[in-house]
Every structure is written in structure tokens, then in C-alpha cells.
Ligand binder design. Structure first.
Ligand SMILES: [Fe+2]
Ligand SMILES: [Fe+2]
Length: 129
């Protein structure tokens, strides 16, 4: 995997774990809000970075992959705006939803991109060597 993308994926999991801990321990809404804001900010940056990599390597599934990113961001914005307006406390059910969205994307779409990049890398090593 691309080192930057891999690092950002790890940051997603770290934030998910931090949120999980926060909710289990019944920490303040402010703390939950902070982690969720960080999560949204990371998603925005990461999706842009990943899309740039896809463009660079002329990834064949770029349109479908971008669409998934756009859908994820939309869901995140809806969730965050609900929290901002104090409509919903962020509980275990939302946590579950958030983790599911991301794990599904990472283990499916991102995993396919990973395999593609690995292939590109292997081929370019062959030509170089
Ligand atoms: Fe992705
Ligand atoms: Fe990703």
C-alpha cells in the first residue's frame, strides 16, 4: 500500500478506537465531538489524497471509488450536523454504524486499490530491473 494512505487508514482506526473508548467510558459529549470532528477532517484529507493517487496511476475504478468517498462524506456530514445541533447523542449504535461504513470501504474498495497499486509497483520494478 501507498505509505501515506496506509498511515491515514491507521489514523481512522485509531480515532474509531478512541471514540469507542470515549463512549464506553461515558466521557463528555465535548470529547466525543472533538474526535468525530477529527474523523471528518481526516476523511476529507484522506479521500483527496487517495483520489490523487488513483488519478496518478490511472486507476480503472476511479469513478466508482470516488462515488463511495462522496457518499461516505455525505453520511458523515449528516451525522456531524445532527450532533452539532444537539439532536442526537453519539452512542453505541452510531459508533457501530460509523465503524461499519469505514470497514466496509477499507476492506472492499480500498483493498482493491491496494492490489492494483501493488501490481503497478511490481510491474514497474520488473521493467526497471
Ligand atoms: Fe477509498
Ligand atoms: Fe482509503
Amino acid at each position: 500500500m501507498h505509505p501515506l494512505l496506509e498511515k491515514e487508514h491507521q489514523q481512522f482506526f485509531d480515532l474509531l478506537d478512541a471514540l469507542d473508548q470515549c463512549i464506553s467510558k461515558g466521557n463528555s459529549a465535548n470529547q466525543v465531538h472533538k474526535y468525530l470532528s477529527d474523523f471528518v477532517a481526516l476523511a476529507e484529507v484522506h479521500f483527496k489524497n487517495e483520489e490523487a493517487v488513483m488519478e496518478t496511476y490511472k486507476y480503472t475504478e476511479v469513478i466508482e471509488h470516488k462515488k463511495e468517498h462522496a457518499d461516505l462524506l455525505e453520511q458523515l456530514f449528516i451525522l456531524k450536523s445532527k450532533l452539532d445541533s444537539g439532536q442526537t447523542p453519539f452512542g453505541k449504535d452510531y459508533m457501530h454504524l460509523l465503524r461499519n461504513w469505514f470497514e466496509r470501504h477499507l476492506f472492499d474498495a480500498d483493498n482493491r486499490l491496494d492490489k492494483f497499486l501493488y501490481q503497478v509497483n511490481t510491474n514497474s520494478n520488473k521493467t526497471a530491473g
